[in-house]
Design a protein around this ligand. Sequence first.
Ligand SMILES: Cc1cc2nc3c(=O)[nH]c(=O)nc-3n(C[C@H](O)[C@H](O)[C@H](O)COP(=O)(O)OP(=O)(O)OC[C@H]3O[C@@H](n4cnc5c(N)ncnc54)[C@H](O)[C@@H]3O)c2cc1C
Length: 400
Amino acid sequence: MHTIDTDVVIFGGGIAGLWTLNVLRQAGFEAILLESTALGEGQTLRSQGIIHGGMKYALSGLLSPDAEAIADMPALWRQCLNGQGPVDLRKVKVLSEHHYMWSESSLAARLTTFFGSKMLRGRIEAVTGEARPSLLQSPSFKGTVYRLNDVVLDVPSLITTLANQHLDHIYQISSPNCLIEVDDHHHTRAIVLTRHQKEPLKILPKWLVLAAGKGNQELMLHLGLQSPAMQIRPLHMVLMKQKGLPPFYAHCIGTSSKPRLTITSHPCSDGDLLWYFGGELAEQGVERDTQMQIEEAQRELRHLFPWVDHSGARWKTLRIDRAEPEQEQFMKPDHAFARLCGNAVVAWPTKLALAPNLAQQILALLQAQGAKPVAAPLTKRLDLPLPPFGPTLEQLMRNL
Ligand SMILES: Cc1cc2nc3c(=O)[nH]c(=O)nc-3n(C[C@H](O)[C@H](O)[C@H](O)COP(=O)(O)OP(=O)(O)OC[C@H]3O[C@@H](n4cnc5c(N)ncnc54)[C@H](O)[C@@H]3O)c2cc1C
């Protein structure tokens, strides 16, 4: 059996695994990432790409701990986009330098008081006239618009940029052919990968990182770990394609503490954009079937933008589960989560925006255990395939 030693094996090639691979390798660790399907598959490529600073969580009227934990993230990502942060993201495409929030006129007063408060100054700014997104420049629009510090990224280019810097350390595995050897103390000794018509490959890692999103549950089972528990938050997202859609990146604020509707725009190969709808529409739409969910989205658009004709649009819906560490009363977690169990770190970023924070936590956990880079660097690629890149939203929409 061919055997190799390595410092860290990371399971999962979404944002959590890829960012962590970058950070650990920069810190000198010999780290290998194993992906069972495709890079970005799962939640990451289905996300809306908003690197938010938590402003949407502040809607409850108070700046919650949730908002504080995430407040520094847009600035850190902007540093990375300029090539000055912990990870080089200069090749990532920025879809919008800002995300916006808007409310209908009936709610404007509540928001003006809240967003005008001293606490939020500098993080959010009311905009008028031509500073508004083009869609909200119509004379028929009567609400209030705020510009947030958040940047919106093209997630496929983010995944490609992170992966391309370490392609020789990224491998595709087939989960049924991956055997994890664990001792009585939940300590992983070896990962044995059986291969068609080839001798098995045995990887001996000092440490593991479980960054497989929803797949963490099954990996934890293999490791005999009962905790940390995971919770699943199902979403029913909506996709809309129509010729000539303007770029639009905004949360619509309703009466509740969560955005009523979040719209982002994503480039397609024909040069047009598709609109992707999340927010409460997607959370509450889990109970609706496809047709009902599309009708609900159409109703929302007619109500919010009565001056726009969307009669020629094509519609699809997409179901996807968010994977999070379990919280009391099924609350949304307010920070990235990483916990050491034996020699494995179980990790969920909980938000795309928090991936840098998660990777730093993982590095700190390993260093606190005395982990040091010791394994010899790989001199050539292992004889395992490179995983493909997962589908873009346009490709997903075509195949739904
Ligand atoms: C619809 C939607 C919109 C969102 N929008 C935003 C947003 O705008 N801003 C934001 O900050 N956050 C957003 N999020 C949250 C964010 O997308 C997730 O928190 C983040 O992508 C999770 O990344 P991950 O790497 O942990 O998991 P995933 O992206 O799910 O990746 C897990 C990877 O592990 C692989 N895998 C699974 N099992 C195994 C195994 N046994 N071995 C090896 N590999 C395995 C999977 O194939 C997958 O590639 C959104 C989430 C959703 C669902």
